[in-house]
Design a protein around this ligand. Structure first.
Ligand code: JFZ
Length: 579
């Protein structure tokens, strides 16, 4: 089993290229003249295409324009340090020369060559780590693989075990012995695989290449690192090593009609947001059946590369946001002696950051022009706050995500208590709440992306303590999610929020202000994080806080309503200045 430091290169890398390439690139989303909804590589499943018929696609797969060196140099130019290519996806087709199944690119196509051989050579020459995606559980080509219920209505445990012995293990052995050192095996969609079988696959990988990592989707939590959901950005800090696989449009395998491309800025925001949580970003391309990476992807990757060339030091090997909450203006990463402020929006002239305890010795912009930034740092004794002020140049040093690097003595030190931010908002993420789980019931907990789930008991409550330095009138906003399946946001819960502190104006009494509110959709939370898993903001209040001091906000659910199937799923509460 790899020791912790086997993840060293992977943590340093932070950014990799996913390549979904296979027979599905031939129909490219269209079957018998009809556009098939869903992700391109699932076309066989979506249209229940028989093995016999799907197999004929091989005759049409002739990627004569494939050029391994071009693909690898694109990845390298983009700043990606590893490539994960589909060696076999759910359709069961091997994209390399496989001795254990004839359903492979060398034997079954007019191309008659092994593109992985070229890719391995090009990766080795360029110093990019080659890694393989391998679908171990679903295989729609095989009687014993999971998923194809139209050709093989019955799947027994015995047939699945045989499939693992006769196809999966031999093919894993091939891809781990024919192409030199492999960075990791990206297993996927564990469905019926047993814990014992997952462990066997992991052990097989490590026995052939002890340094090769195994992705979390090998099943049963036995991987060397975790996989987030597709395109998922956690709402807060994560525990352990994680990676998010992500698309540039809405498909992995090439679909000719999918032109829903994300902007370069959005792709960079994803990269930056993930890096600020210490999560790797595995960004996908879906080459055509001719072996060409779509120009829309190439153009975007080139631009990402331009940014990475100038700002890579804020990403590679960086450590996550030292603060326990996020900022509306952008994200923070750090490294020994340096703190990086990555701005989604460039502040007008002056920028204020509260809570940084380290002494800043120098501040400079990265990017097109290196500009020294004037720094002032004070400790406000009355408000008990560290306040850093930067005088920024009016001109953005980068048009996408400008970065300011702060040089500090040693490791970064911050005030981890919840402070009012410079824009006077107070951020109360679910992961910083004190959870009061009533005895006996199912406990609430944070999911892998730091969202509070399992809140179905009226006796439960959550609360935050925080410091208010600039009192006044505030609106309370809750952001609720639908992360647990069926992932349908319904609302309709009635919540009670009680603000307790030295000076809350209230009719009910001198110190506690209680507000009741039905959770309804006031607006959608519009962030990179919520593009694929929407969240809804509900506005409550206003409430008046009359003097500075420590306050407590407690939240209860009085009624879960009729529609929401998973109780209340909370990502954060925030107090924002109201007029
Ligand atoms: C899987 C595949 O089915 C898909 O074709 C693609 O290869 C993708 C990268 O991975 O799809 C998944 C697997 C897991 C989740 C979502 C989609 N998940 O955990 O949310």
């Amino acid at each position: 089993m790899p020791k912790k430091d086997h993840l060293g290169w992977w943590r340093e890398a932070r950014f990799g290229m996913f390549i979904h390439w296979g027979l599905y690139a031939v129909p490219a989303g269209v079957w018998k003249g009809k556009q098939i909804p869903g992700i391109g590589e699932w076309i066989m499943f979506r249209d229940r295409i028989p093995v016999e018929e799907y197999g004929k696609l091989a005759k049409k797969f002739n990627p004569v324009k494939f050029n391994a060196r071009e693909w690898v140099s694109l990845a390298k130019r983009a700043g990606m340090k590893y490539i994960v290519i589909t060696s076999k996806h759910h359709d069961g087709f091997a994209m390399y020369d496989s001795a254990s199944s004839d359903f492979n690119i060398k034997k079954a196509t007019p191309y008659k060559k092994d593109p992985i051989k070229d890719l391995a050579k090009a990766c080795a020459a360029a110093g990019v780590k080659l890694c393989f995606y391998y679908s171990q559980d679903q295989d729609w080509h095989e009687q014993g693989g999971r998923g194809n219920t139209w050709d093989f209505p019955e799947l027994t445990k015995k047939a699945f075990a045989d499939y693992l012995e006769n196809k999966v293990k031999p093919q894993l052995t091939e891809i781990l012995t024919k192409y030199g050192p492999i960075g990791l095996i990206w297993f996927d969609t564990p469905g019926i695989i047993s814990r014992k079988q997952s462990l066997e696959l992991k052990q097989l990988v490590h026995s052939l290449q002890p340094d090769c990592l195994v992705s979390g989707r090998v099943g049963h939590g036995v991987g060397d690192y975790g996989s987030m959901g597709d395109n998922m950005i956690p709402a807060g800090p994560v525990n352990g090593d994680w990676e998010t696989p992500a698309t540039m449009n809405d498909t992995w395998g090439f679909k000719k009609h999918d032109t829903n491309w994300k902007s370069v800025k959005d792709l960079l925001v994803l990269l930056v947001d993930l890096a600020s949580k210490g999560v790797n970003y595995l960004l996908n391309v879906g080459p055509t059946a001719q072996g060409v990476i779509p120009q829309a992807s190439v153009g975007r990757l080139n631009q990402i590369g331009e940014w990475m060339k100038k700002h890579g030091e804020a990403i590679y090997g960086s450590k996550p946001n030292p603060f326990p909450f996020e900022f509306p203006w952008g994200r923070i990463t750090h490294n020994s002696g340096k703190v990086y402020l990555l701005f989604y929006e460039w502040p007008k002239k002056e920028f204020v950051l509260k809570g940084l305890k380290s002494t800043v010795t120098k501040a400079q912009t990265l990017g097109d022009f290196k500009h020294n930034v004037e720094v002032s740092q004070v400790y406000d004794k009355a408000l008990k706050e560290n306040v850093l002020t930067l005088k920024l140049p009016a001109k953005k040093p980068d048009k996408l995500i400008p970065v300011v690097v702060l040089e500090i003595d040693g490791d970064v030190k911050v005030d981890k208590s919840i402070q009012q931010q410079a824009d006077e908002s107070i951020q109360l993420p679910a992961h910083l709440a004190k959870l009061d789980n009533a005895a006996g019931g199912t406990p609430m907990k944070l999911d892998r992306s730091s969202i509070l789930v399992g809140w179905t008991n009226k006796k439960n409550s959550v609360r935050w303590n925080f410091n208010v330095s600039a009192p006044g009138k505030f609106r309370i906003e809750t952001s609720t999610a639908a992360v647990a399946r069926p992932r349908i946001w319904a609302g309709g819960q009635t919540v009670e929020l009680s603000l307790n502190g030295p000076a809350v104006k209230s009719a009910a009494g001198p110190t506690v202000k209680t507000l009741n509110k039905k959770i309804r959709r006031d607006e959608n939370l519009d962030t990179a994080r919520t593009k694929h898993l929407p969240e809804v903001i509900s506005k409550i209040g206003p409430v008046v806080i009359k003097s500075p001091g420590m306050y407590t906000l407690e939240m209860k659910v009085l009624d879960f309503g009729k529609k929401a199937q998973n109780g209340l799923q909370l990502s954060f509460v925030r107090l924002v200045r109201a007029q």
